[in-house]
Design a protein around this ligand. Structure first.
Ligand code: ATP
Ligand code: MG
Length: 412
């Protein structure tokens, strides 16, 4: 099993003994109990950060103080990083970050965590240590706050989004009633959270195998409108069809395409969303491409479609096709002949789009300069006209014929 990996065993042995104890905690324990893939491995230890660094140094293990003010040191063994955090308890909070203190015991360390399923430990002996009733909740797939939901949320409002995020990934049935009620009550405080923390949680929520139910409950409790007001008029009805299509057709889950499915296709409004949530450049560009790409017509010819692919980019068109295909599939399965034909055509366009390799214009600005056109805006204009002619020729005009046009264009 993962916790018997040689690197981890070595590390835990090093951080045990001499009165110290170290246990795996959080996502790694939760996921392995659920039979799911384990991502990062987090460790909790009775050692102070300086002692962790000291023991690592004695064995030439690389230690990086990745969050030293919270007591976190990352140790790298066999190329794998392990986050080692000193046991902590909460001492103060502003609702945005919990302030923590060292010198806590295991019970206190468990109780300052958010959800019962996230507060399970495994020691070197492989035994699960459950101090807050997490094992029963793993069994029933119940996402539940440790202690009083309302109070735990008030300590850190991000926990509202974490509640829905973990429900999206691991929850069954309806969300825990106390957690849901407390989340609905706390929704007006979500604007106080930093954009980075909000987007990081939302992105993980949207990447769940099926975020549909979580989004419905978020919407129903008023939480979704607070973090994504763009979804208010648009609605989230497109999600079930998209998830069904992903599963049936083997499309990789794409958090940004899912976001695009629930937000207006309005580039100007999306700029507002990207700025508010501090999306990365690449994320903002992906969303913008989905919004700008035209909805493909069934009657489009292959060459006209290739021109669209060149102009709007393959990523945007593939995204729009997937959304469109997902929505048509439902009707097609109901036996609607028109929808079936459209679905078949969209599928073949999707195949073509996925295999599309963007051709490269065979002339450059330097060619226009070399033809005797002086440096200046004219160069770009001529190049643009050449490109338009080349696109219109379905990319068949070769370099020679394009070069031959330069003199004519310069004279205009
Ligand atoms: P994954 O890494 O799979 O997303 P995880 O459970 O490891 O899930 P992290 O965000 O890496 O989640 O946090 C590690 C652990 O730290 C959590 O399992 C939880 O016990 C605790 N934790 C993280 N964020 C909070 C928070 N805002 N409030 C309380 N406890 C938290
Ligand atoms: Mg983790």
């Amino acid at each position: 099993a993962w916790f018997q990996a040689p690197g981890l065993t070595r590390l835990m042995t090093l951080l045990n003994g001499g009165g110290a104890e170290t246990r795996v905690v959080g996502g790694a324990v939760r996921n392995s109990l659920l039979g799911l893939a384990v991502g990062d491995i987090d460790l909790a230890t009775t050692l102070l950060p300086a002692e962790v660094i000291g023991r690592a140094a004695a064995k030439q293990i690389k230690a990086v103080p990745t969050g030293i003010e919270h007591g976190t040191v990352t140790l790298v063994v066999d190329g794998q990083g392990y986050e080692v955090t000193t046991l902590r308890r909460d001492v103060a909070t502003d609702g945005r970050h919990a302030e923590v203190a060292f010198g806590a015991g295991w019970q206190e360390d468990a109780e300052r965590r958010d959800l019962t399923i996230n507060a399970l430990y495994v020691g070197l002996d492989g035994e699960v240590v459950d101090l807050v009733g997490g094992l029963g909740d793993i069994e029933t797939r119940t996402v539940r706050f440790i202690g009083d939901a309302e109070q735990r949320i008030a300590e850190d409002y991000l926990r509202v989004l974490r509640f829905f995020r973990f429900f999206a990934h691991y929850g069954r049935g309806r969300p825990d009633v106390a957690g849901l009620k407390a989340s609905a009550r706390a929704r007006t405080q979500l604007h106080t959270l930093s954009a980075e923390r909000v987007w990081s949680e939302m992105k993980k929520l949207l990447a769940a195998p099926d975020p549909g139910r979580a989004l419905l409950w978020m919407r129903q409790s008023g939480v979704l409108t607070e973090v994504l007001p763009e979804t208010e008029k648009w609605g989230i009805d497109a999600i079930p069809g998209l998830i069904a299509a992903e599963q049936a057709l083997g499309w990789a889950p794409d958090a940004l395409l899912r976001l695009s499915a629930i937000t207006p296709k309005d580039p100007a409004r999306l700029v507002g969303l990207a700025e508010r949530l501090k999306l990365s450049n690449a994320e903002a560009i992906a969303l913008d491409r989905f919004a700008r790409a035209p909805k493909p017509q069934e009657t489009v010819t292959d060459v006209a479609f290739d021109r669209d692919l060149y102009r709007y980019g393959k990523e945007g068109i593939v995204g729009v096709l997937k959304l469109e295909l997902a929505s048509v599939r439902g009707q097609a399965e109901g036996g609607d002949a028109k929808a079936m034909a459209r679905s078949a055509r969209l599928s073949s366009l999707l195949k073509r789009a996925e295999g599309f390799e963007r051709p490269v214009l065979p002339v450059k600005g330097s060619d226009v300069l070399a033809a005797g056109i002086p440096a200046g805006p004219k160069i770009g204009q001529i190049l643009g006209t050449l490109e338009e002619g080349w696109i219109a020729s379905n990319f068949t005009l070769d370099r020679e014929r394009l070069l031959a046009r330069i003199a004519d264009l310069a004279a205009k």
